[in-house]
Design a protein around this ligand. Structure first.
Ligand code: ATP
Ligand code: TYD
Length: 236
C-alpha cells in the first residue's frame, strides 16, 4: 500500500489517500487548537503521543466488540484506517460536569452525572459546533434515526469499556467526543480517541491530564498526555 496525495488538512490531523481505495492514512500533527481554530500552537511530541494513544484505545475497543476504523500503526505519527464517509456530528458523553455543560448551565465542575449525559453537536467550526438534537439531525438529513440509534448505543458501550479501563489506571473518564462514519453501509467509529477530545482526571487528586491544560493555560500539556499513556500501558 502506497501513500498518495493529501486529501484534507484538519486542525490537528492530515488525511492522505492511499493506493487502496478503502484505506486512508491519518497523520497526527503537533498542532493544538482551541476556540474552533482561533488559537493554534505546536506542542512537541503531541502528534506522536496521540497517534500511539489512539491506536491503543481503538484496538482495545475493537477487541471489546466496537467496530472501529483502525487498521495499523504505520509510523510514529501515522496510522492506516478504513476510509469512512464521515457523519458530520460529534457524539459526547459526560460522566461528570465540565467544560461546555458548566458554562451553559452554571453546573459545578466535577458534579457526577447519573445517568451519564449524551449530547450531539454539529461539526461546523463557523457556527462553533452548536449543540443539536436527534430530530434536528434527521430533519436536515445529517443522519437517519437508525444511524443515530446505533451511534448512541455504540457511544454508551465505549463509555462502559473505557470508564473501566481508565479506572484501573487511576483515572476518571470525565467526558469524551466520538465521530462516526459509514464503511460499506455500516456505522464505524472514526477520527480519534485521545486526550485532545476527552477529559481525564487523576482519580484521587482530580488533576487534569487532558487538553484542558492547554485551554486553561495550565502548562505541562504533553506531560499530562504522557502520564495518562504511561498509566494505561500505551507503548511510547
Ligand atoms: P475537529 O478538530 O473538530 O475534529 P478537524 O476537521 O479540524 O475537526 P482533524 O482531526 O484535524 O479535525 O481532521 C481530521 C479529519 O479527518 C476530520 O474531518 C475527520 O472527520 C476526518 N476523519 C477522521 N477519521 C476518518 C476516517 N476514518 N475516514 C475519513 N475521514 C476521517
Ligand atoms: P464540551 O465541554 O462540550 O466543549 P469544550 O471543549 O468547548 O469545553 O466538550 C465535551 C468533550 O468533548 C470534551 O472532552 C471535548 C470534546 N469535544 C471535542 O473534542 N470537540 C468538539 O467539537 C466538542 C463539541 C467536544
Amino acid at each position: 500500500m502506497e501513500k498518495r496525495e493529501e486529501l484534507y488538512r484538519g486542525k490537528a490531523k492530515s488525511v492522505f489517500a492511499t493506493s487502496d481505495e478503502d484505506r486512508l492514512i491519518l497523520y497526527f500533527r503537533n498542532d493544538t487548537s482551541m476556540k474552533d481554530g482561533e488559537k493554534i500552537e505546536q506542542l512537541e511530541r503531541k502528534g506522536e503521543i496521540n497517534n500511539r494513544f489512539n491506536a491503543f484505545i481503538m484496538q482495545k475497543l475493537e477487541e471489546a466488540g466496537i467496530p472501529t476504523q483502525f487498521d495499523t500503526l504505520l509510523s510514529t505519527n501515522e496510522s492506516v484506517v478504513k476510509k469512512l464517509k464521515m457523519i458530520p456530528l460529534e457524539c459526547v458523553i459526560r460522566n461528570y460536569a465540565a467544560g461546555g455543560l458548566v458554562r451553559r448551565l452554571e453546573a459545578k465542575e466535577g458534579t457526577k452525572l447519573t445517568p451519564p449525559v449524551f449530547e450531539l453537536f454539529l461539526k461546523n467550526d463557523k457556527l462553533h459546533d452548536p449543540v443539536i438534537n436527534e430530530s434536528i439531525a434527521v430533519a436536515f438529513g445529517w443522519a437517519t434515526q437508525d444511524q443515530l440509534n446505533r451511534m448512541r448505543e455504540l457511544t454508551f458501550h465505549v463509555n462502559d469499556i473505557l470508564t473501566k479501563l481508565f479506572d484501573k489506571a487511576g483515572l476518571l473518564l470525565v467526558d469524551f467526543k466520538l465521530e462516526f462514519g459509514l464503511y460499506h453501509g455500516e456505522i464505524v467509529l472514526g477520527d480519534e480517541f485521545s486526550p485532545d477530545g476527552s477529559r481525564l482526571w487523576d482519580k484521587e487528586t482530580r488533576k487534569k491530564l487532558d487538553k484542558d491544560r492547554f485551554r486553561q493555560g495550565l502548562g505541562g500539556v504533553v506531560e499530562g498526555y504522557i502520564e495518562v499513556a504511561q498509566r494505561l500501558g500505551v507503548p511510547l
